[in-house]
Structures are given as structure tokens and as C-alpha cells.
Ligand binder design. Structure first.
Ligand code: NAD
Length: 246
């Protein structure tokens, strides 16, 4: 039986983290060939585990030449680029807006907002030449509701959501779909780096009374990446166990 991403080539950033790794695994299991990108080096073990279907690459998504290089690797190694998952991000530290260091704001925006812009900026011309593609950006429920002390992170995820909609409308009639999803609290290093009382409060406030799993995110990323979502573009799908429905 054919996989849901058979013959497709994808680039996934943040592949060293649990969410990115789950996406890479799911894509490969569905027949895609994947460039797994991170700055941490963690993506290399994943790529070795997955064999010929996956190649690891170290790139900082805030750097234009490095983003161009990661996309070029997809072309050089696998011959095309059908899917880009702009998933890498950092959270920045927790501090009230009036105390937030300007340098920290810039650092978070550079990875989370500029990084997603650069991915789209350099993937879109390739996809146009090929006749289409699917871009899947990882936003956050922080793009929807306030999370005190996370001003830079929230701003960056709001930017991801609106860049998604802009690009979607710009290229909708030329075969490129651009969507984002907005996860709630998911069991990864990013969430687990938060203070325990913060995590407990988030779980208590969540209608499903648990955090999400990376594989639940991977299922949604797969749907948005694949042709099954062919009439969906410019959307911002919340995947949060009902947190923002309250
Ligand atoms: N975990 C959650 O609760 C949660 C909630 C909402 C949204 N998200 C989003 O999900 C995505 C994945 O996050 P995660 O939870 O797996 O976090 P994570 O910190 O576990 O993984 C993020 C990965 O991105 C990589 N990265 C950081 N800066 C980079 C850069 N400049 N260039 C390339 N790679 C870089 C890190 O090395 C890391 O491997 C992020 O966009 C995050 O904002 C996470």
C-alpha cells in the first residue's frame, strides 16, 4: 500500500526536539524522504535510525544562507521539495513585559518569526518552479491567548500565524498551500523546561486534563502536509485539548 506522503520530499526544522522528531518519523513512515534540520546535532541520531529516507543537517533557521543550504540539500539529495515544516523555535525566558530584555526579545523573534519567514522566503520560489507544495508552520496557542511573561514568544507566534495567512493568500492560485497549527501544552523539552507549578496549572486548566503527545502533533502535521488537505490553506488549527475553547 502506498504511503500518504509517497514520493514527496520534506524539510522539517527543529527535528532534534520531540515534536520535530515525531513529525520526521511519521513522514518517513508514510513514504516521504526527509531532511531533518536542527542546531543541536540531535537530528543526526534520528537520521541514522531512519536510514536512506532521512538525512540530518545542521542549520540555524535565523540565518538566510543556512536556510538556503538546508533547502538545497533536499534538492541535491532527493531531487525536489514538496513540504516544508517550519517547526524550530525557542521559548525565551519568563519575565514581565516591563522587565523583558530587548536583546532576549530580538533573539526569540530571530528564531521564531524571522526563521519561519526565511523558510518560506526561500522554499516558495522552489515550489513555484515545481508547480506546488505544502508549507506547515508550527505556531502556538500563545498566538491566540495571552501567556503572561512570554511576550516575545507570544509575539513571534502571532507573527507566524499571520505570515502563514499572508503567504497562503498570495500563492493559493499557484499550487502552494500554507497552513499553521497552534499546539497547546505538549510533552517535550520546551514544556518540561517550565516550572513544575506552571505545568500543573496548565494541566488543571485543560479540559482533557493532560498534556498532548508529540505523535498527536505529527498526525496533524501529516494531514496538513499531504494532499488529503488539498482544499485547506491559510488556516491556523488549534490542537490543545480544548484549552482555548474555554
Ligand atoms: N511543547 C509545547 O508545549 C509547545 C506548545 C506550543 C508550540 N510549540 C512549538 O512546537 C515547536 C517544537 O517545539 P518543541 O516543544 O519540540 O520544543 P523543543 O525545544 O523540544 O524543540 C525545538 C527544537 O528546535 C531547535 N532549534 C532551536 N533554535 C533553532 C535554530 N535557530 N535553528 C534550528 N533549530 C533550532 C532546538 O534545538 C530543538 O531541538 C516549536 O515551534 C514550539 O514553539 C511547543
Amino acid at each position: 500500500m502506498k504511503g500518504r506522503l509517497e514520493d514527496k520530499v520534506a524539510v522539517v526544522t527543529g527535528a532534534g526536539g520531540a515534536m520535530g522528531a515525531a513529525i520526521v518519523r511519521r513522514f518517513c513512515a508514510e513514504g516521504a524522504r526527509v531532511v531533518a534540520v536542527d542546531v543541536s546535532g540531535e537530528q543526526e541520531a534520528l537520521a541514522s535510525e531512519l536510514g536512506d529516507h532521512c538525512v540530518g543537517f545542521t542549520a540555524d533557521v535565523a540565518s538566510a544562507p543556512e536556510v538556503q543550504a538546508m533547502l538545497q540539500l533536499a534538492l541535491d539529495r532527493f531531487g525536489r521539495l514538496d513540504v516544508l515544516c517550519n517547526n524550530a523555535a525557542i521559548q525565551g525566558y519568563l519575565r514581565l513585559t516591563g522587565d523583558y530584555e530587548v536583546e532576549e526579545f530580538d533573539r526569540v523573534m530571530a528564531v521564531n518569526a524571522r526563521g519561519v519567514f526565511l523558510g518560506m522566503r526561500y522554499a516558495i520560489p522552489i515550489m513555484l518552479e515545481q508547480g506546488g507544495g505544502s508549507i506547515v508552520n508550527t505556531a502556538s496557542m500563545a498566538a491566540k491567548v495571552a501567556f503572561p511573561q512570554l511576550v516575545a514568544y507570544s509575539a513571534s507566534k502571532g507573527a507566524v500565524m499571520m505570515m502563514t495567512k499572508n503567504a497562503a493568500v498570495e500563492y493559493a492560485d499557484r499550487g502552494i498551500r500554507v497552513n499553521c497549527f497552534c499546539p497547546g501544552s505538549i510533552d517535550t523539552a520546551m514544556l518540561n523546561g517550565m516550572p513544575r507549578e506552571y505545568i500543573d496549572a496548565v494541566i488543571a486548566a485543560n479540559p482533557v486534563k493532560r498534556v498532548g503527545r508529540p505523535d498527536e502533533i505529527a498526525d496533524l502535521a501529516l494531514f496538513l502536509a499531504s494532499d488529503e488537505s488539498s482544499f485547506i490553506t491559510g488556516t491556523d488549527i488549534v490542537i490543545d485539548g480544548g484549552y482555548t475553547a474555554l
